[in-house]
Design a protein. Structure first.
Length: 671
């Protein structure tokens, strides 16, 4: 059984590094006198060899190969640098090429541990597929580019704020780093009998003041930039979604995408991770909760986390669907069934949560044991050095302060960057949505000053993507002449609403053409077309807001007289004037505060306000709208021409009188 590339990488790097050190042997006399600079130069010379070795695994090269090569090259140099800064003069490992082989082993053990920490194992069973997982559908929506680079590219728009934030971070870090050093020097001065001088106190105060002042500025600037980025991303996402084709929204459960986009770990496409990392990468901690975050365990595996998000989305979706259909549930006495379904969803969430907490608890235990062991070793070794006189009390205090500070910041850096990467990956769906191109093209440019309103269906066929084996329209051809009232008749499922959707260009035909004045609908400019061809839906949708806002939807600068004229023509003025607040009455979500007939009158007024060339009524209006129907001459017998559809095909066409005389499909509909 072949080992995975991630398992082969540590051994490959160890062999390559040993070879590199052999090749660098002749350069030791040149590099050794340079001290720390020579150690870093040695690391720079080893890095190309290590990086080249990772390409031996191509094309199965693991994602963390480059990071592992950099870690292996830089770890000894970083260790020597800190050893020279914190230890007595002349202390240090020196060049790795002349050190004992054990140091090479320690270097690559650390690299292997880092590689394991960055490797994300898949959860058993994988991530469950969801209806909204458009990247896995047969439509073949392309996967988005690397999410991390997308977040960084988005962050470039706030480069001024983030640049100031990073500047404050650097100054705060310098102040915090200088604090332990100055404290140690002050203690040594006191121990030597020099006493506490004003200069020493001033140095400590300056270091702490710089840390506190610039840390606060840094935290505020990072949070401000993250808020701006979230707002920008949300606006881009919504602006992109509203132009998607309707097939994109089919089969999407209520609340599913909202939950996926707003979940705590995944929302913002990585911006929350950027904010968390920037706000937390601060000397001394930024807020009360931050030390707990820094000391806490890293993120759980992405697959397990994704499963948790999916389970949470299903639970929210189920609750929203149940609340929306409460009347139906009551009619069929399905309360117990809904309760059991919700209980199963919550049980699945609890199971995943228990698994996540168990993994995190295990990590915390191991982390605390390692920290305790390191502290015991440090105290034991420092006691020996104090007794031998090789270090002073000030050096020991400086080391202990740096140990806590550096360890804290390394944890923040690793866990914060891991949080950033995890959030960026969890927000992958957002980038996929932003990359998705609508199936239909709404880029037409034609805007003639006047339309006649002649409509032609030329051998139109249409099939819904979810059911390609069952065409809804089959080779449909008919004409609607300007100045005449044409009605489509047929049983439910005959294709009437689909034909109207094609005419309104809510969808595009699979084959054939829909022409307006002899020109395909695709060539007309989007907003122009939908002002000339207006649909009044069978169940019109009203948005939360006032009656005025709903009637004038999509129109700017609409006059009061035009509103009243359209409302009067639709038979809506009487009930509007009878309301306490008139035109400023709030209709509620989806117009729930209005009766069904009142919603339809407002929808008709909204259509008439646009003075359309073609007015489409989807299905017959109810008895409460009979006045509006008769006024417009749209009741059944008043139609100039009837087209009868049956199973997606035209079976009859003619005047109402002619069709009744034939005693065919239309006559059967009237029975």
């Amino acid at each position: 059984m072949a080992l995975p590339p991630a398992a082969l990488l540590p051994g490959l790097l160890l062999v390559a590094d040993a070879l590199a050190l052999v090749l660098l042997g002749p350069l030791v006399p040149v590099l050794a006198p340079l001290g720390v600079a020579g150690v870093w130069l040695e690391a720079a010379l080893r890095l190309p060899i290590l990086a080249a070795a990772t390409h031996v695994l191509s094309p199965r090269r693991p994602p963390g190969a480059t990071a592992a090569a950099i870690t292996a090259a830089a770890t000894p140099a970083a260790f020597v640098t800190f050893q020279n800064l914190l230890g007595p003069p002349g202390a240090g490992l020196g060049l790795l090429a002349v050190a004992t082989p054990a140091w090479l082993g320690v270097t690559h053990v650390a690299t292997t541990l880092a590689l394991l920490a960055w490797t994300v194992p898949p959860a058993p069973g994988g991530v469950p597929k969801t209806p909204s997982d458009v990247s896995k559908t047969p439509s073949g929506v392309p996967k988005a580019p690397t999410a991390v680079w997308r977040v960084l590219a988005l962050a470039w728009s706030e480069r001024n704020i983030m640049g100031a934030a990073f500047l404050c971070l650097v100054v705060a870090a310098i102040g915090e780093t200088a604090g332990p050093y100055v404290t140690g020097k002050v203690l040594d001065a006191i121990g030597s009998g020099a006493g506490l001088t004003a200069g020493a106190v001033g140095m400590v105060a300056a270091a702490e003041a710089a840390s506190v002042l610039f840390s606060g500025c840094r935290g505020w600037l990072f949070l401000l930039s993250a808020a701006c980025l979230r707002q920008s991303l949300r606006l881009r996402l919504f602006s992109h979604l509203v132009y998607q084709d309707l097939d994109f929204f089919q089969g999407m459960p209520a609340g599913w995408e909202y939950r996926r986009g707003g979940a705590r770990r995944g929302h913002g496409g990585g911006i929350m991770g950027l904010e968390w990392w920037g706000a937390g990468w601060e000397p001394g901690g930024w807020d009360e909760d931050w030390p707990g975050k820094a000391e806490g365990p890293p993120m759980p595996p992405q697959a397990l986390q994704q499963s948790m998000l999916e389970a949470s989305a299903r639970t929210v979706s189920g609750v929203q669907e149940s609340v929306a259909a409460m009347e139906t549930i009551r009619i069929f006495s399905a309360e117990k069934e809904e309760e059991e379904r919700h209980s199963r969803s919550l049980a699945e969430q609890l199971r995943l949560k228990e698994r996540m907490e168990l993994e995190l608890a295990g990590f915390t235990l191991i982390q605390r044991v390692i920290q305790l062991a390191i502290r015991v070793l440090v105290l034991f070794r420092s006691h020996q050095q104090l007794r031998d006189g090789s270090i002073t009390a000030g050096v020991l205090v400086t080391f202990l302060l740096y140990q806590d500070t550096v360890g804290h910041h390394v944890q923040v850096l690793l866990f914060g960057f891991n949080e950033f990467l995890t959030n960026a990956s969890a927000g992958q769906k957002i980038w996929e949505y932003l990359d998705r191109k609508p199936v239909g093209d709404i880029g037409g440019t034609l805007k003639p000053p006047k339309l006649q309103g002649n409509i032609t269906f030329q051998r139109v066929s249409f099939t819904y993507p979810g059911n390609p084996e069952s065409p809804v329209l089959k080779d449909v051809s008919f004409e609607v002449r300007s100045g005449e009232v044409t009605a489509l008749a047929g049983h439910n499922g005959s294709g009437k609403s689909t034909a109207l959707a094609l005419l309104e260009r809510l969808r595009d035909p699979g084959s054939g053409k829909v022409l307006l004045d002899g020109i395909p609908l695709q060539e007309y400019e989007h907003q122009y077309l939908h002002r000339q061809v207006v649909l009044v839906e069978q169940n019109p949708v009203l948005f939360s807001g006032t009656i005025r806002e709903n009637v004038a939807l999509g129109l700017e600068g609409c006059k009061e007289s035009e509103l009243r004229e359209a409302a009067a023509a639709a038979g809506a003025m009487e009930f509007i004037q009878g309301l306490e607040h008139g035109w400023d009455t709030e209709v509620g979500e989806h117009g729930e505060r209005l009766a069904a007939g009142e919603r339809r009158r407002l929808a008709l007024a909204r259509a008439l306000l646009r003075h359309p060339t073609v007015l489409i009524l989807d299905e017959a209006l109810d008895d409460g709208d009979e006045g509006a129907v008769n006024m417009m001459g749209l009741n059944g017998d008043a139609a100039d021409w009837l087209v009868v559809l049956e199973r997606g095909a035209v079976v009859e066409a003619g005047t109402p009188a002619e069709l009744r005389e034939r005693r065919g499909a239309y006559s059967r509909l009237l029975r």
